[in-house]
Design a binder for this molecule. Structure first.
Ligand code: FPP
Length: 252
C-alpha cells in the first residue's frame, strides 16, 4: 500500500476526477437501503477533499449525478437530491474554513429550486478560496455539454460574431462549461467498483487523462486507496501522442 511519503516523492496530479461508483451495492451488501450507501458516499467525498487539500491536489471533480441518473426510481432521485441539499448545508462552513472553492457543472435547469439555491450559496461563499477547487458535476452529461457548446457556437455564427473557419479545438473548448469556469482538464480519472466505463463523464476533457480503475466500492475508498491511485499515476509516462524518446529528451 502506498503511503503519504511515497507519493510526496513525485509530482501530485493537478486535477483528479472521480466516478464514485458502488454506493448502492455497498449498502445492499450490508442489507441496507441504497441511500445509506450514498450517505456513506458523502462521508468519503468529505475525507477525499481533506486529503486532496493536504497533499496539494488543486482540482477535484466528482460525478455526483449524471443526466442518465434522472431515470432512476423517483424515490432514489428524491433521496439523492435531499442528500445534496443537506450536504451543501452541512459542509459549507467546513469547506470555507479549509479554503476550498466550490464550482458546479451540469444542466441546472433540471434541478429543484432548493438544490440550485443551496449550490449557489456554496459557490458564492467559497468563490475567493484558493487551496482546492472542488467541482460538483450534477445533472451532468458530457454529450449534453458538447451539444450545448455546438449550439452556443452556432448562435455566435448566426450573429456574425465568429466565422465557420475559426472553429477549431481551442475555440470549441472555450464553449465547454469546464473552460467557462476555468477548470483544467483532469490528469487522473479514478473509477471505483470494478466498472470500466466513462459513463458520459468529461469525454472531451479526459482525452489525455490517465485512467485508474479499482474494485473498491466508493464508500470504502479510503485515503490509502487514493494514495495507491496517485502512486499508480506517478509511475506512468504521459506521452500526449509523442514517443517515450521525445519525452525523455524534453526532460533533459
Ligand atoms: C453511484 O453509485 C453514485 C451515485 C449515482 C451518486 C453519488 C453521489 C454522492 C456520493 C453524493 C455526493 C454529494 C455531494 C454533495 C458532492 P451507484 O448508486 O450507481 O452504486 P451501484 O452501482 O452499486 O448501484
Amino acid at each position: 500500500m502506498a503511503s503519504l511519503n511515497d507519493i510526496k516523492q513525485r509530482s501530485i496530479p493537478n486535477h483528479i476526477a472521480v466516478i464514485m461508483d458502488g454506493n448502492g451495492r455497498w449498502a445492499q451488501q450490508k442489507g441496507k437501503d441504497r441511500i445509506f450507501g450514498h450517505q456513506q458516499g458523502v462521508e468519503t467525498v468529505r475525507k477525499t477533499i481533506e486529503t486532496c487539500v493536504e497533499i496539494g491536489v488543486r482540482y477535484l471533480t466528482v460525478y455526483a449525478f449524471s443526466t442518465e441518473n434522472w431515470k432512476r426510481e423517483p424515490e432514489e432521485v428524491n433521496a439523492l437530491m435531499s442528500l445534496f441539499v443537506n450536504a451543501c448545508n452541512a459542509e459549507i462552513d467546513n469547506l470555507h474554513k479549509n479554503n476550498v472553492q466550490v464550482k458546479a457543472i451540469g444542466d441546472f435547469s433540471m434541478l429543484s429550486r432548493e438544490c440550485t439555491t443551496e449550490l449557489q450559496r456554496l459557490i458564492d461563499k467559497t468563490k475567493n478560496n484558493t487551496a482546492l477547487t472542488f467541482v460538483i458535476a450534477i445533472s451532468y452529461g458530457s454529450r449534453w455539454e458538447i451539444a450545448r457548446a455546438a449550439k452556443l457556437i452556432a448562435e455566435q455564427i448566426l450573429q456574425n460574431r465568429i466565422s465557420i473557419d475559426e472553429i477549431d479545438e481551442n475555440l470549441f473548448d472555450n464553449y465547454l462549461q469546464t473552460n467557462q469556469y476555468d477548470i483544467p482538464n483532469p490528469d487522473l480519472l479514478i473509477r471505483t467498483s470494478e466498472e470500466y466505463r466513462l459513463s458520459n463523464f468529461l469525454l472531451w476533457q479526459l482525452a489525455y487523462a490517465e485512467l485508474y480503475f479499482t474494485n473498491v466500492l466508493w464508500p470504502d475508498f479510503t485515503r490509502e486507496e487514493l494514495f495507491k491511485a496517485i502512486n499508480d499515476f506517478q509511475r506512468r509516462t504521459r506521452r500526449f501522442g509523442k514517443t517515450t524518446e521525445q519525452i525523455k529528451n524534453e526532460l533533459k
